[in-house]
Design a binder for this molecule. Sequence first.
Ligand SMILES: *Cc1c(COP(=O)(O)O)cnc(C)c1O
Length: 370
Amino acid sequence: MGVPLLDLKAQYLELKDELDATVFDVMSNAAFIGGPKVKALEDQIAAYCGTEYAVACGNGTDALFLIMAALGIHKGDEVITTPFTFFATIEAIAHVGAIPVFVDIEPGTYNMDVAQLEAAITDRTKAIMPVHIFGQCVDMDPLLEIAERHNLVVVEDACQAIGATYKGKMAGSLARAAAFSFFPSKNLGCAGDGGIITTDDADLAARARKLAQHGTSKKYYHDAFGTNSRLDSLQAAILSVKLPHLDRWNSERRAAAAVYDELLADTVLELPVVREYGEAVYHLYIVKAESAEMADKVMAALKDAGIGTALYYPLCLHEQEALNTLDGYVKPSLPAAESCNARTFALPAFPGITREQQDEVVAVVRAALS
Ligand SMILES: *Cc1c(COP(=O)(O)O)cnc(C)c1O
């Protein structure tokens, strides 16, 4: 029968009337850039995350870049992050001229191993960028304690973690600023590209907003080189309709994860570890095979059965070609992250997935492993 990795058409059909109405509304008002829909979404997201400010922008990559630029991170600075994330995390660091410095990950959660963080700090370190990978928060308390002791700013890459919590607080409210992505496949996705910054820091919010609008202080007066990074009114309108459903979708993801946790517990696959300090939102349900060959075999069987799967991520960031273009980059050895190369892959666990669909996935996985 087949099971997609994510079912975006079903999500549209669920909210079709409301979504169609709001798109029609934007079209008939012809206010496409800025305006009340964008402001409304910013207010909604700030309230949802529990921050003072939210600044909408073009995508999650820009959200990270705008934060880096607004913080004044520049050439020669080092920003500590994780090697197990989407490339955009370090692109934002490189685009302000800084060097990404990688800390190895914890097995099971795939998040930065905070116990190894302090050893990576040098006198050039300016910031730490934890990534709440696959929708589970990094262990922020010890991280923030280290940051404070070394006077470093902390920026969350929360692109995969909207709605996740850490000790009762929302992802996006845990550090100086955070970046979210509304790419269609994210837990809260729009109909194209979109992103937002959350922060309690009024100056940082204002600087990021200015940089997203060509460094404009007053129309056609520019006091900085910024960029063009806006969220379209259409995207904002769509997101405002979807946001009230996010918590339910995230709990459906958790329920789907619990089903796999149970049905795959006795297999050789390593299942995701969830730490007790918070609630994960399972942007992806990731399993780890004992070898790349085993991952290959299971994924081939899934694909043959029409079941969606993909490697996340096939190659760690510290091993990517692009890093060689950075002056002074020395590739570290990060065994925990490297052990994931070509071995960690996703199983369908989208909101609304049925028990029958999950049984089908599990049957194929088990047959391939036997
Ligand atoms: C998706 C993602 C981004 C980038 O977001 P875009 O909206 O695609 O630019 C950054 N970091 C992580 C961890 C992501 O998953």
